[in-house]
Design a protein around this ligand. Sequence first.
Ligand code: 5GP
Ligand code: SF4
Ligand code: MG
Length: 459
Amino acid sequence: CGVFGVFGIPNASSMGYYGLHALQHRGEESSGMCSVDSKDGSFNYHRGMGLVKEVFDQERLDGLPGDRIIGHVRYSTAGESKLANAQPLVFKYRDGDLAVATNGNIVNAPSIRRELEMQGSIFQTTSDTEVIAHLIARSKKDFVSAAKEALQRIIGGFAFLIMTNDKLLVASDPHGLRPLVMGKLGGGYVFASETCALETCGAVYERDVQPGELLVLDRDGMFEDRYSPIERRATCAMEYIYFARPDSDINGINLHSSRKRMGQKLALEAFIDADIVTGVPDSSISAAIGYAEQTGIPYELGLIKNKYTGRTFIQPSQELREKGVKMKLSAVRKVVEGKRVVMIDDSIVRGTTSLRIVNMLREAGATEVHVRITSPPFANPCYYGIDTPDRKELIASSKTVEEIRQAINADSLYFLSHEGLIDAVGGNDGAFNRGMCLACFDNDYPTPIDPNSEKSCSC
Ligand code: 5GP
Ligand code: SF4
Ligand code: MG
């Protein structure tokens, strides 16, 4: 998912429209915004299923007056795909209102939820984001203290925007698993999952929100606080590998450049003589350019993507996903015919897409297809908000590299090493894994995992 927030900028909802649109790749299922009218502190909100441009028009934006908003784009995961789970979630809170938008997942949400339900709470959604609202609402303390306590209770990977009639709270989990950045425009502030959204609306990047940080904005300005010390920094490696947009920077590292370095590393670790290098669009184009640059094998557009189809993994069912692939990609026959092709992709999850693409290249006349993947084998599910299937569906959890090669019908297959990936991203030198979470590759989760939540996701 993606979150976007504005504080202290007139016509915040029109800025929110452009900001959320820039984050659309993070979720295409539902979009929403909640605004506060600074004149009287009143809440207005609108949410709908679909893309930002489908959910909002000028009239809807006019219905969201004020200089503050929080907004959200969502993709469904194991959780249900329905309007009630679209965010921001909005609640009655004391004498006013409370809105919450989040990117990520609360690992211990099921157990907190059970506990609250036993004490009489009634949940309106199946989204685990609702847990934070209940925790805040039940506290007898003032809003900021209550939010701090609630944040201290939850475990997981998350970026939160929480808004009341007079305050905006911005928080990142203690490991910094999910990205969140701050920008400035005029006298106001902009918060976004990715820097590309700041660029789009003309805001100037200030800094990344730090793990365990809690920013409190109200009419007195911004107060920089924290609810937790920084634990081991563990920014999600999959954000670097494929999820975030190439023009975004995470922790100061540009995504296109780091993907290019992943391609270069792959070339160094697993060179193969071939006629062309091609990347699976869009996420692997940068890496394919890096592989080509390193080997001298020409980069070619062997595959093209129909830009009117969403990311296929975003569609909830396997059946839809299978249909989606052909809608989405085509091989360029005149480019691949009679050629030995190196095909770069970011990951192999189930193996079904990869098999289709390899076969598509063969059907278009490729004589050999060598697959190079810019991540290690994906063998463990994510509990922190990246959509992954259960462990048993992950092909790398039960098959060796050679077995996967056979399953996807490739002439050769190589996965980037851990060290290669860590070096290519080039994060903070002294830190464990240089500041990255690699749990889906090495099973070393930065937080405890609730045994009751095999895999749930709020967004
Ligand atoms: P596969 O061969 O595993 O079916 O698909 C591989 C490609 O599709 C990769 O580019 C991967 O990023 C994407 N993909 C397919 N299914 C999923 C999924 O459930 N979650 C994520 N995160 N990516 C997926
Ligand atoms: Fe990212 Fe994998 Fe960690 Fe999930 S387990 S946060 S996908 S690196
Ligand atoms: Mg892909």
